[in-house]
Design a binder for this molecule. Sequence first.
Ligand code: NAD
Length: 479
Amino acid sequence: MAKMLIGGELVDAQGGKTIEVRNPANGEVVGQIPRGTPADVDAAVDAARKAFPGWAATPGSKRAKLMHQAAMKMHEVVDEVAELLAKEQGKPLAHAKIEAQRVAENLEYFAGLADKIRGDYIPLDDPSKFGITMRRPVGVVAAITPWNFPLTLFANKLCPALATGCTIVLKPASTTPLATQRAIEAINSAGFPAGVINTVHGSGGEIGDALVSHGRINKIAFTGQTATGKRIMQLAAKNVTRVTLELGGSDAMIVADDADIRRATAAAAIGRFFNAGQACLAVKRIFLFEKIAEEFMTKFTERAQKEWKIGEQFAADTKMGPLHTEQQRTEVESQVADAVKRGAKVLAGGKRPDGPEYAKGWFYPATVLTDVPEDSRMATEEVFGPAVPLFIVKDLDEAIAKSNSSIYGLGSSIFTRDMAKARKAAEQLDAGYTWVNDIQVAYDQLPFGGAKQSGFGKEHGIEAVESYTEKKSVVLGSA
Ligand code: NAD
């Protein structure tokens, strides 16, 4: 049974209760975690609080060294962590391995920044004095992560926290805690002082609430649904705790009449079907210029039918595992059913796969729809699964206006050979990211975060370091 890491010790929940973690491909129990209580949250926050002054005062170069060592420890357990992740989340083993390796890479990237955090010299009108700014770590961070990319998303919070001198209490999703816990234990074994890194396990309603409304935390770094983000903002208001919210998305891809259709269909397929469509940055709506619409539809449908083989996570030819939960599959099915009922045509997928190998899991195929009404659920809600609507537009203005009609604004992309169109899209799409002729993946070096109801605040890049520090102004007068 997995444990929680609190104050340097691996512990069970106070009260001794546990939660079972199941494999979404067959429903089998793959492990158990402690069912944490508000008292465990108190203990974890206390430990993080106690460790904070010492860790904040540790020189950046020493923090960097420990983080490099932690990256090596992480490399050593990549296979073990990936296997746990594939089992509990449902993604193919090869993809789980990439995700586990990315944790080590993220540690290395932020280790490189740990000793480069500094302020400014600011001359003042009065020559007898001057100002400086210093960046101080914000304090104790409560990090809350979802189940779709559990490792990537805890690393996005842990690494800048460690680099800046913050301490942290991590709460993974209760359906994907095992890989995170194992990875944290490996990272912690590099020799971080007790209390710098802590974990608590349990459901959002039970201990998530207790953690985000705790009076002794200084920042909430949250990734998850927009509805949960709204609740967290309300809870954070109680103590005026700062929040970073990475929420849902409904990313638009625009394919112009001069696009390279082979590249565009490849990027659209990876963008929509990778991780069984359960990605915040997935391509969730596709806008096609009339001239290329038919060619795109034919080629994209062919990719959806031939290239995205569904199966259990450990089969070598699986490209798409099951959806993560029954509720997730039911939600996607009901969004597709709503569109079909209102006149949409299914070009690929659209119903559960037949066969005994799929009977016990939450499998759903790569699904492509056209003639989807613009006020249907597929067009207006986030579709968190492998189903995508294709829309036809007459020009770029219409494509941009429709892309921007969503309440979300996370990512966006355009395929075109015309620099004027690319530039206009980059300037006018309301989103935190625009890719031009490229696959929608995030980069360590580039700030990442949404607009509108996709949230605010940045992860990745130097901007992440900034969001874990507070700029303080100091005036130095003459003695
Ligand atoms: P979710 O909001 O249901 O859960 C996320 C986490 O919040 C879990 O750990 C959960 O236990 C916790 N939680 C739930 N209620 C809480 C509460 N009241 N207080 C504190 N914590 C609480 O999200 P999910 O279904 O696990 O994840 C899918 C969603 O996440 C999608 O909407 C997706 O777009 C979004 N997402 C966004 C990004 C991004 O970077 N913008 C990345 C990945 C996923």
